[in-house]
Design a protein around this ligand. Sequence first.
Ligand SMILES: [Zn+2]
Length: 117
Amino acid sequence: MQEEVRIQASASVADRFKQLKALTVDLAFYNPEGVTRTSQIKYSVNIANAKSAFSFSCPNNECVRGDFDLSAPLAKAVATKKKSVAGEMCCQGWRTKTSIDTVRCANILRYKLTLGY
Ligand SMILES: [Zn+2]
């Protein structure tokens, strides 16, 4: 809920990064071992509407407090005028409600951002 408020309160991508004209995200989610791809999405971001607190929820429905926040890699890419950046991120949430403080979710996101200026 708090997270939702923070995201809604953030400026749009277009407002925060005025030099950015286009943004495509390519997201592939993997299980914690990084071997099995559980889902993949690729789309052009509507930068006028997308929020600059740029995060994606974890594909694990039972995940507690996990998400993948690409705000920092996005900001860094724009600041350095990169045309594309790729990276990997590990979910820091808890795997299920009953594993809080014991087992991390640890799902893996491999992302690629393609930026146009
Ligand atoms: Zn997770």
